[in-house]
Design a protein around this ligand. Sequence first.
Ligand code: ADP
Ligand code: MG
Length: 322
Amino acid sequence: MLSEFDLIARYFTRQSHDPTRVALAVGDDCALLNPLPGNQLAISTDMLVEGRHFFAGADPGRLGHKALAVNLSDLAAMGARPLAFTLAFSLPNADPAWLAPFAQGLFALADQHGCALIGGDTTAGPLNICITVFGDVPTGAALRRDAACAGDDVWVSGSVGEARLALAALRQEAQVDASLLHQAAERLHAPAPRVALGIALRGIARAAIDVSDGLVGDLGHILERSRCGATLDASALPIGAALLHQDAALQLRFALAGGDDYELCFTAPPAQRKQVMAAAGTSNTPVTRIGRVDAEPGLRVLDASGSALAFDFASFDHFTSS
Ligand code: ADP
Ligand code: MG
């Protein structure tokens, strides 16, 4: 049986970080980071709980990926560059058949983003994974939720709704073709955080958020913090390809209120449209303009003919829905 210290040494201790940025990593009472001059440290924490965020018996490699991905997505939404992360988790037993693929999924994504594991905490208990990420953003350049202005365009990256479709298929609430289900399931289990886009949008976008709980709800957080409203054009929504085979009402519901997309929703002045498209190009991330910010509070969604859609589906809320 592995001891706690064997486990940390074998699976979570590596020497591959950049010593100019990470002065001390796993093994001491604290890690030591060297902040970049002229930058602020962006910090975010997300916890994944078995039975709540993932099913018991979920693939450990994908869990390792997703646990870090959802955190990197928060850095992306601030326009921050990943620097380091900590991993605090409880697990029922120290099983190498679980730990090895978990660490592999985790480090594959960490290495893609140059994000070093610098510490954590390990204890026995029900499976629960908590990651804290640290990133750099030039002072004052972060894309905050409170920065949207009336007249801004509303944009979203990539496409929305497929992760929710995969969840519906798993719950047998929707029929999905095997090949389409594969694509949708990748979105649910292995989201690609939009880090490059977030960085490219510094100085161009005003407000940004990552879409974890659904577009309507997450855009709602920007609007609330920015004290304004918005009008969205339903026909402009970039609906995920796997979802296009479902009926129109379900497409709209999953695109607007399905969670787990991990796309960026952001606002930018119309004068920045060219620059937004250039940022999309340099970061190799499609973006779509889906509406505009209004001075009038509240969120309106218009159909192709310009009539307001009545929608009563709130975004996913951990305490009010299942
Ligand atoms: P402490 O007693 O100070 O809490 P621990 O014995 O819990 O320290 O951890 C020893 C070292 O291993 C610390 O540097 C800690 O950050 C690191 N560590 C513990 N668990 C993990 C983990 N899951 N991943 C990475 N580092 C970890
Ligand atoms: Mg400890």
